[in-house]
Design a protein around this ligand. Structure first.
Ligand code: PNS
Length: 164
């Protein structure tokens, strides 16, 4: 059985993440989607809120399990017998950061491979940070995140939505 892990902050999950999850779930027998605490970022949602939102969106994908972890990604992978890390790659600007992380993970765990999936063209510009920025001004995010996530973002920010 070939399993993979798709890690991220997912603060919040976007259609770009979901696109990678759906496509990766077709490539592996089992896909763990794992919410990691990113010490460099102040999150809008708690880890458990982020897990709950992803679970809601992945309920139709039987081989996807959503979890959280506060340790190293490679330690999660070893613990769960996972040999592949899936990452989504958007523009060239992602490459430097992702390349460094892939090499560091390779150093920490040489038998674990990082596999990059190119983002779908329509999500090339999409990031959780931009979603939060647009929402903070009351802008329309309905094409960027699922409806349940959109609702939670505006509730959490206490911002009035502009007309859609
Ligand atoms: O969505 P993000 O913020 O780009 O995801 C970053 C994430 C969670 C994949 C990265 O910070 C991570 O792997 N965190 C787990 C801790 C770890 O293993 N750090 C060393 C990575 S080389």
């Amino acid at each position: 059985m070939l399993s993979a892990v798709y890690p991220g902050s997912f603060d919040p999950i976007t259609f770009g993440h979901l696109d990678i999850i759906v496509r990766a779930s077709k490539c592996f027998d089992k896909l763990y989607v794992v919410v990691f605490e990113n010490k460099g970022k102040t999150p809008l949602f708690s880890v458990s809120e982020r897990v709950a939102m992803i679970q809601e969106e992945c309920s139709g994908l039987p081989n996807v399990e959503v979890l959280s972890s506060s340790g190293l990604l490679v330690d999660f992978a070893k613990k769960h017998g996972v040999k592949v890390i899936v990452k989504g790659l958007r523009a060239v600007s992602d490459f430097d950061y992702e390349f460094k992380m892939a090499l560091m993970n390779k150093k920490l765990a040489p038998d674990i491979e990082t596999v990059f999936m190119m983002t779908s063209l329509k999500y090339l510009y999409l990031s959780s940070s931009l979603v939060k920025e647009v929402a903070s001004y009351g802008g329309c995010i309905k094409d960027l995140v699922p409806p349940g996530v959109e609702k939670r973002v505006f509730e959490r920010m206490n911002v009035q939505r502009m007309s859609q």
